[in-house]
Design a protein around this ligand. Structure first.
Ligand code: HEC
Length: 402
């Protein structure tokens, strides 16, 4: 069960150096220079890494080994400067820390693997790096979106899914969407395998629903999948359900941005709706509701709320990622439950977060041989359980305490 997330399957075999200078359309003002500058460096380093792994000939030529290793080391260093310092991000979502630390660890793993001489595997890991950029960037609608007049020609030549995810990684959201739409609608051949097809559809929906907040764009993607004779049946069946929830969305007024309480109420409403639509806990037919919910909940978390408001948002994020396990990073739901317990310990809400957390951990460590919980995980469970137990009411009579 505890497989290294969906990212691991995504070797995006590609090539490019992303030195584009985009004409920015800033959506948010006032962000610390340092974060922006780090992101730009990361973009440049990613370009070098992706170019290094772009062709067998380049990657396997001994003459390039030193340079490839140096590029990977530089990338991993930058990944650390991002991953270890997400508190300096203009967005206060605690989930950034989780994605950031996974990102840094995985970049280290790539370097270690490369240095150990397992080059083919290192290449696969390096190819998944864009997924971390996308996991952070497509959570919600804050942050800049670019629309450069011209994109590096090497990006244009990438295989479709790699191209789309690289464009999303550098926040060229319109171009990324166009790419995902093209893959989803292409009925002449299945681009890559079914896994790639589903990734393209899900990436596209993440941008349409959470970044763009545009039901028409989501509808275009979903209808393209429904019409595509080559699309797998299970996805088409889900798409038909998604279409219904998008129609409902179109008839609604958007929740006011910037007001944490209103956004939180909207998130709670959407999660409730999602749960009423699902036929069983792992059912994906309510994904549009969950995506919408997670989009507004990330917006709330980005505002850096405290106390109960924060804990409620963290709880809703946990509920959303229990289902949307393939958006974000591995065990994202569990991360948010833990954060919820620590934010408002000894409350009913903390207890509820603990309950969901425990269930998820047990489920994750259950296989055909039964349930086996490693001792460190067990210790953390115990500590969080203690932290979640509501304080006894000092006014309660001794009988009630028993
Ligand atoms: C831990 C989360 C996280 C990861 C991982 C991440 N980013 Fe970002 N990035 C952000 C956030 C948050 C912003 C937007 C900040 C804001 O609100 O302006 C951003 C902004 C950017 C920007 C715009 C900078 C500007 O000019 O303002 C670029 C370019 C960028 N990221 C590239 C990348 C690339 C490429 C990767 C992967 C190699 C990456 N990022 C990985 C969180 C992340």
């Amino acid at each position: 069960m505890k497989t290294k997330l969906w990212l691991a399957g995504m070797a995006v075999g590609l090539g490019l150096a992303l030195g584009t200078v985009p004409a920015a359309e800033k959506k948010t003002e006032k962000k610390p220079k340092a974060w922006s500058a780090k992101m730009r460096e990361l973009e440049a380093a990613l370009g070098d890494v992706l170019f290094d792994i772009s062709s067998d000939a380049r990657f396997d030529d001994k003459k390039n080994f030193k340079k490839i290793e140096a590029d990977a080391v530089r990338f991993a260093k930058l990944a650390h400067s991002v991953g270890d310092e997400t508190s300096t991000a203009p967005d206060h979502d605690q989930g950034l820390g989780m994605v950031g630390s996974d990102f840094a660890q995985e970049a280290d793993q790539a370097v270690k693997t490369l240095k150990a001489g397992h080059r083919a595997y290192a290449r696969v890991i390096l190819g998944t790096m864009t997924n971390y950029c996308v996991a952070c960037h497509t959570r919600t609608n804050t942050g800049p979106s670019f629309n450069a007049l011209k994109i590096d020609s090497r990006i244009e030549k990438l295989p479709a899914l790699a191209k789309g995810s690289t464009l999303a990684a550098i926040r060229e959201f319109d171009r990324a969407l166009a790419e995902f739409e093209r893959i989803v609608g292409d009925g002449t051949k299945m681009e890559g395998d079914v896994y790639d097809y589903e990734r393209a559809l899900r990436y596209g929906l993440s941008i349409a629903v959470r970044v763009k907040r545009d039901p028409d764009v989501a509808l275009r993607l979903v209808e393209a999948a429904m019409k595509n004779a080559k699309a797998p049946y299970y996805l088409k069946a889900q798409a038909a359900d998604w279409k219904k929830s998008i129609a409902e969305w179109k008839a609604e007024k958007p929740a006011a941005g910037g007001d944490a309480e209103k956004l939180l109420a909207e998130g709670a409403r959407l999660v409730e709706k999602a749960r009423s639509v699902q036929k069983f806990p792992a059912d994906r037919s309510a994904d549009i509701y969950y995506l919408r919910a997670s989009g507004v909940v990330h917006e709330v978390l980005g505002l850096g709320p405290k106390g109960e408001t924060a804990a409620k948002a963290l709880y809703l994020a946990g509920l959303s990622y229990d289902v949307l396990y393939d958006y974000g990073v591995r065990d994202f739901g569990e991360f948010y439950y833990r954060a919820c317990i620590r934010t408002t310990p000894h409350t009913n809400l903390a207890r509820e977060c603990y309950r969901r957390y425990e269930e998820s951990v047990y489920f994750g460590y259950t296989g055909s041989g039964g349930t086996y919980i490693p001792s460190d995980v067990r210790a953390r469970l115990n500590a969080l359980e203690l932290l979640s137990v509501p304080e006894p009411d000092p006014k309660a009579s001794p009988a009630e305490l028993r």
